[in-house]
Design a protein around this ligand. Structure first.
Ligand SMILES: O=C(O)CCC(=O)C(=O)O
Ligand SMILES: [Fe+2]
Length: 237
């Protein structure tokens, strides 16, 4: 697994005359980016994300602390919400079960764990480069989303990927939708490829990572149970 090597310094970024345009260009090319030494004030983060996405409606900006709790929160189906645990979080699309998942996700690191807790990223351009073409073909034909036709991989109006194996398996268990055994095997095989090709970065306080959530999968490694690791996540349509 390769480490991420490119960062943008917050102070350098501020010298830019059109920050939103600069960031959009970067996301279009690389599908994610990391800003170093970002201020740890929530208002600065909120305004930055709003300016960046030209989002004037504050209610569409979802801010949430991603923190490991001693007792994990449960979702409405009784499954542990992984962001509230210390377990590994496989590579995934955020808000996978919205018909149209949020476009931009950011994570601002307040505190990381001493061991583990590395962020994993798989940009679509790497996925397309490194996944065997027979698997790429199959993924375009598998729709793992309720009753709608929304293939894992598509190249229609723009290239995009929607994938969250854990949620897919849970929905199968809950009989919300079904996949053939062969389709599920394909997804498990793809997950192994992702594990191999993902880039890794250990965020430190003040690191702000921004993903294009339709063109980049992300995840994180597990970490120590007693860690007080804490990030603030921001989702924007
Ligand atoms: O804990 C992390 O680093 C990432 C968490 C995450 O991906 C999420 O909450 O959706
Ligand atoms: Fe996530």
């Amino acid at each position: 697994m390769n480490n991420v090597e490119e960062y943008i310094d917050y102070q350098d970024l501020l010298k830019n005359s059109n920050i939103p345009k600069f960031l959009e260009k970067k996301l279009a090319k690389d599908h994610f980016l990391i800003i170093k030494s970002f201020p740890l004030e929530l208002d600065v983060l909120k305004n930055f994300m709003k300016d960046f996405t030209k989002n004037k409606d504050v209610s569409e900006l979802l801010l949430k602390r991603v923190k490991s709790y001693k007792i994990p929160s449960l979702d409405r189906n009784g499954y542990e919400i992984l962001s509230s645990t210390y377990h590994k979080f496989l590579l995934h699309t955020d808000s996978y079960f919205l018909k149209k998942p949020h476009r931009i996700i950011s994570l601002l690191c307040y505190k990381n764990s001493v061991e583990g807790g590395e962020t994993l990223v798989a940009p679509l351009k790497d996925i397309l480069d490194k996944t065997p073409s027979c698997l790429i073909n199959k993924l375009q034909k598998i729709s793992a989303f309720k009753n709608f036709n929304r293939p894992v991989l598509s190249f229609d109006s723009e290239e995009r990927i929607y994938f969250n194996l854990r949620e897919i398996k849970q929905q199968i268990e809950k009989k919300i939708f079904s996949l053939s055994e062969e389709e599920l095997e394909t997804l498990v095989e793809f997950d192994k490829v992702l594990e191999r090709i993902a880039l890794r970065v250990k965020l430190t306080p003040g690191d702000l990572i921004i993903f294009h959530n339709h063109k980049c999968l992300h995840g994180r490694n597990g970490f120590n149970k007693n860690s007080d690791r804490e990030l603030v996540r921001c989702k924007i349509m």
